[in-house]
Design a protein around this ligand. Sequence first.
Ligand code: ACM
Length: 528
Amino acid sequence: MNYDKKIMRKILGIASLVLVAAAVIIACRHEVPEQNMAEKCLIPLPGTITPQEGAFMLKKKTVIAVDKDNEQLLALGHYLAGLLKPATGIEFKVKTTSRLTPGGDIRLTLTNDDPDLGKEGYELSVTRRRIHIKANTPAGIFYGVQTLRQLLPPAIEKKTVQEGPWLVPAGTITDAPLYSYRGFMLDVSRHFFPPDDVKKIIDEMALFKLNRLHLHLSDDQGWRIEIKSWPKLTEVGGSTEVGGDKGGYYTQEQYKDLVAYAASRYITIIPEIDMPGHTNAALASYAELNCDGKARDLYTGTNVGFSTLCTKKEVVYKFLDDVIGEISAMTPGPWFHIGGDESHVTPMEEYIPFINRAQEIVARHGKQVIGWDEISNATPQPNTIVQFWARADNAKRAVGKGARVIMSPANKAYLDMQYDSTTTLGLHWAGYVGVDSAYIWDPATLVPGIGREQVVGVESPLWTETITNMKDLEYMVFPRLAGHAEIGWSEPARRDWNDYKVRLGNFAPRFEAMGINFYHSPLVPWKE
Ligand code: ACM
């Protein structure tokens, strides 16, 4: 081949790459995002995306292949097969094999040899013949599977057979999260949500690579977890909720089942028993937890800050030991959340020793403490994590005492805040939190003096004073939780609202296919 021809080939090669890249971006904004491995379709935004020409097509003969007879890898293979089956109508085979199958394969590989991928990163490469997900850990494979899911057409999420073709655009994605803690909190106390609702939320969290589900299991209005040594907590304390309806609770079997379901989606459950305030449901169940020895009436209103355990009574610490012990024994994750917020009727000189003693009890049951930012008034243990929600001075004090911080600033991260003055669900004591405002902040620069090193991650709490059913719950959670997931996962320098809102807009058909009720914010160019 002569020199001119070589140059000509090179120019043509480069030009076709440019054309493909342009097509990717244009297509994603318009009709066929599913045929291009474009960052415009993915949330959270991955680390690097290198699109290539062509696509892999799912076919009847496509095999989900794992390299080793590894139980977790096989479970991931079956999880993927389960995701793909309803809409494609194909029962994909899951096999341990190193051979490339004629129908093409989706291969899951544990490598252990790529330090850049860390504990949760993955590499996803797609050619016409193979989809290959590699990671150091099963969690990394799971996140690669979520990205693969987002690269398929939204109809893949439907529960009935849809028409293909099921194309996955070619290219390579290398990706790893910024923060290790990417959470959602559900208040099941103000209104109770049965296990199936929680499972639906877990599945929705998984799509966005969230990995922590904090369950706010007790408050003034309801006690929601069976404690065998203190049965009246649920018999009495679990019998109602805000507004006076019947409430409910999780049996220990149901809780364990939720923990296992979450674990199968690489989500760790963090149980919270709020104390010493936010305890009216317990105080109504057992008279001896009150200083005056009189049981309180059940409470179905929405005030805060009026209840406290009697911190001077020894029986209260027996109660804590039993409750924390039973819950810890059912919770494989390393954390136990002790609340500690808004204990307005507990004098500070009682609050501090109480929190310190509660921390000791948690440690004795083998768990690490998490508490709301007020617990920084006490002495955090070396591994205690403080959850910033309201007061920057509390969070800074915590860091000064050596604690690390979960970022849940109410005016950015609270999913119970109204979107704007025209949306009716929720509250606005921390302000209105639009989809843009929820996205535009950086956990590492929000509080001066608290940087990336001190931040464990981000959590989005949904308090449920005004939220009574799944439809309303999802309306508050989506789409803001998707933005928070990206804040927890993607480098801030690469995040941009104008780019994000286009990607988010492309999620409308996927939300619809998943049966997620979401707020159609006018700030977002929703795709039809
Ligand atoms: C809180 O919102 N009271 C933590």
